[in-house]
Write a protein that binds this ligand. Sequence first.
Ligand code: B12
Ligand code: SF4
Length: 470
Amino acid sequence: MAIRKVYLVQPGRDGKFLHKATMAPYTLMRLASLVPDSVDVEIIDEDVRPVPFDTLGPGDLVGITAKTLQIERARWITERAQARGATVVIGGTHATLSPDEVSQWADSIAVGEAYRTWPQMISDFDRGALQPAYVDTEWTNLDNLLPISDRVLEQVDENRNYWTPYLEITRGCPRSCTFCTAIRVSGRVMRLRPVEQVVEEIERRGIKRFFLTDDNFGLNFRLHPEYMEELFKALRKLPLNGWTCQAELMVADYPDLLKLAREAHMDKFFIGFESANPDNRRELGGKAKGNIVRYHEAIKNIHAAGIGVVGLFVFGFDGDTPAIFQSTYDFMRDSELDGISITVLTPYVGTPQRDRWIEEDRLLPNIPWSLYDTNHVTYRPAQMTPEQLAGGYDWLARKLYGWPGIASRGLRQMRRYPARDWARKAFSSFSTDFGYRMECSHRDWLPADDGIGYAVRGAARSGLTTAVQV
Ligand code: B12
Ligand code: SF4
């Protein structure tokens, strides 16, 4: 059947906040740019507008991207689109990690990256020969990615519709943390995009702020210092308001690169401390060791370069007891961190950790994938009950994401900039913790009279998620 139109869908969850959505559909922008000019393509982010089921019909190819927590919503969309005669392809993290499950209800699945397979799927569909699965395990060289096309930029209008645009500069991570799925979707070899293409993309998209999708951008301080130097020198010439990226503690050992990063308008590193408990170091793939003295030193060195640090912490490792929440909070209070993310360890499909816990019969039964959102407990921890883990997490979330906590970390960060930059930096100084507050509100702990939390829960309850608490 000849192709009529391509729809690319990002399942929704949070709705909009102050007229903008948070999750710019960068993955879909890249995929839409691979659709030949002769074929009509439309991106639909459910957080911005609903899927137009009434207009779907035979000849339409609907591509849906889904992480694990979005897969039930993806299936719901699929069933309605199929009922209208459209054909549905599922790609992204969950289809890559659990292909057999997804291929039971999708017309076709894309496993892995899709720079080669997606154009093939479109062409096969057009000549009536779509296959049930397309697998790419080659970790394509990123030297020649097709640029994000003008028609896609016009349609998404990311600066108007989203709080933070995303950008990919490098991809992959050679570490092997037992709980990580990122390496299973991005590969273990660090791949780098040519600096001139990165600059071209930033300028053409007209973005002034961005969050890097790179899983471990900071590791390139050690792996590819010349590349980083070239990149930072190119970015410092651009009129950027600021940008953020994921890294590990070792960036603190590279003062010259830190200085260049600051000049390149970098605002903050999101650093995976993961745990303030040294008993968990075996699970942390060699990047963090639960060594608090080293954590304090590294934060100090990064701050000295004028860059902020957002600390990422995971709770529920086998070494954790109920005391972990108070001891981590004590560390956080003393640490001068500029933002804090706390998550519950989550055994995603395809991780060594999930395999082990299945063997030990530790997964909780009947947990829907929508609760694999890192805010809910989905397994039996080794030294706590599930209720203790959930209760400790809620206790800490309340302490961290109450307004006083958010305000004090935001103001601390603002003070790192000269007063003339405060207007430009105000958004990024407060937005990170505010975003985590919104994420935690999926656990329903915000007081009912809190306007913002209430709005977020309203979006969550509008049928976009299954709001079950553990
Ligand atoms: C950027 C990012 C985010 C952004 C959101 C980006 C977005 N618009 O979705 C933010 C910061 C908001 C975010 C939030 C979360 N994230 Co996140 N995120 C990422 C990250 C770092 C990069 C993804 C990305 O944009 N890459 C760049 C694009 C170009 O590549 P890509 O998405 O991989 O797409 C390629 C292929 O996958 C494929 N493909 C993808 N979709 C489709 C669809 C079709 C039809 C086809 C044909 C192909 C295809 O083709 C693309 C081109 O090759 C990944 C890690 C990773 N390396 O994947 C984690 C990751 C996806 N996130 C993860 C998680 C857990 C979360 C959170 C739950 C964390 C939290 N506690 O807040 C939330 C959930 C929010 C939500 N409602 O979905 C996990 C998912 C695990 C899983 N099994 O589901 C990952 C893998 C990281 C990890 N820790 O392991 N995330
Ligand atoms: S360092 Fe980060 S990206 Fe790399 S394996 Fe560990 S959790 Fe995954």
